[in-house]
Design a protein around this ligand. Structure first.
Ligand SMILES: Cc1ncc(COP(=O)(O)O)c(C=O)c1O
Length: 392
């Protein structure tokens, strides 16, 4: 079927009509296990009654006013986020890229305030930060840049999980003001850095007066078994960005800042028409309250361990499997060769997965997932990878 929608996405041949918990249903009523959550978005799964009620109630009262006026839900949400994170203040937008744009502007404003004409931000190879011009320029993947040059200037690249690479930049470039980095590379292949990486990054940033800016758009909101992935390492960033699971699918992004970074954007220097409107914030408030009341962060930690252990066991002995890795319910299975076609094969088995960095099967199931669904994922992935291993 042809469609006037721009062909920017390679779409799989399925249309979903509704969802329930960790399951999605197509137009014929066929059931699929969602082990991807709309790429780390639907942490509460689909059609969660608390979220549905909060959205319906708010939609029936007030959807949008403008940031010209005070917004109760926005202030409450900001307070909850700073309480959970130890940050000082929040700017709300509508997506991950928009949250990172705010972070980039904070870094540049900080640099200009220090008298640096072309302030630079250090960014990692293999990273992904979004598709707007500034965030695609920050992204460490040439495929994302291709066709959109000239890139936005002011980024320097370093090898991920390599502190010495950053020390070299520190020694040679006095105009760097910030490091923007994912605590775990998501699109880059679920790459978990060494356990002391963030602590060493924090120390390096302190030494050189750089802002530590963590992109927690994929890793945040309980996904890795902590509210935010950096909390595994007991460090505090200066800036943190969130989106994806914050609204469980209702578009909302947030840029949180602390200390001097929280003072960098002044009145009139940044804005977003829809950012933090009453509806989006009602959804995010319901997400946070449900995550807290149902202990979903702890659940992600426990279920993630179980899923990783079961996968490791089930895939043991299959030559094509290089590694099963991850944290909490952010899991990557690296194979020995490109395997993007496994996404379509999994769909045939009624399992929704994704492949990143060409050879890493990525699993991001909802945080509400139960043991039965975990067993189902393990059995389906085992079948899928066994067939692949046998060259079928
Ligand atoms: C780590 C990270 N940063 C930023 C983004 C961009 O978010 P959005 O697509 O909401 O703009 C993504 C999306 O995949 C992401 O994973």
């Amino acid at each position: 079927m042809t469609t006037p929608v721009m062909p920017t996405y390679g779409r799989l041949p399925v249309r979903f009509s509704h969802g329930q918990g960790a399951w999605l249903f197509d137009e014929r009523g066929e059931r699929y296990l969602d082990a991807l959550s709309g790429i780390a978005v639907c942490g509460l799964g689909h059609a969660h009654p608390a979220l549905t009620a909060a959205i319906s109630e708010q939609a029936g009262r007030l959807i949008h006013t403008s940031n010209l006026y005070a917004i109760d839900n926005q202030e409450r949400l900001a307070q909850m986020l700073v309480d959970l994170s130890g940050m000082d203040s929040v700017f709300f937008g509508n997506s991950g890229a928009e949250a990172n744009e705010a972070a980039i502007k904070i870094a540049r404003a900080t640099g200009h305030a220090r008298g640096i004409d072309v302030p630079r931000i250090a960014v990692a190879e293999g990273s992904f930060h979004g598709r707007t011009l500034a965030t695609l320029s920050a992204t460490g993947n040439p495929k994302v840049h291709a066709g959109f040059e000239p890139l936005v200037q002011g980024f320097v690249r370093f090898a991920y999980d390599d502190i010495e690479a950053l020390e070299k930049i520190a020694a040679s470039d006095g105009d760097v003001v910030a490091v923007l980095v994912e605590p775990i590379l998501g699109e880059g292949g679920v790459v978990v850095p060494r356990s002391d990486y963030l602590v060493r990054l924090r120390a390096l940033c302190d030494q050189h007066n750089w802002l530590l800016m963590l992109d927690e758009i994929q890793t945040g909101m309980g996904r890795t078994g902590r509210w935010f992935a950096h909390q595994h390492a007991d460090v505090l960033p200066d800036v943190m960005t969130l989106a994806k699971a914050l609204g469980n699918g209702v578009p909302i992004g947030a840029c949180l800042a602390r200390g001097a970074a929280a003072e960098a954007l002044k009145q009139g220097s940044h804005g977003s028409t829809f950012g933090g409107n009453p509806l989006a914030c009602a959804a995010a408030l319901a997400v946070l309250e449900t995550m807290r009341s149902d202990a979903l962060v702890e659940r992600a930690q426990a279920r993630g361990e179980r899923l990783r252990e079961q996968l490791s066991q089930a895939l043991r002995g299959l030559n094509c499997v290089r590694e099963v890795r991850g944290q909490g319910l952010m899991i990557g299975i690296e194979l020995d060769r490109p395997c993007t076609e496994l996404v379509a094969r999994a769909l045939d088995k009624r399992l929704l997965i994704n492949v990143t960095a060409e050879r890493v099967i990525r699993l991001l199931p909802p945080l509400i997932i139960d043991d039965e669904a975990i067993d189902h994922i393990v059995a389906s992935v085992r079948e899928l990878v066994s067939e692949w291993n046998a060259g079928e």
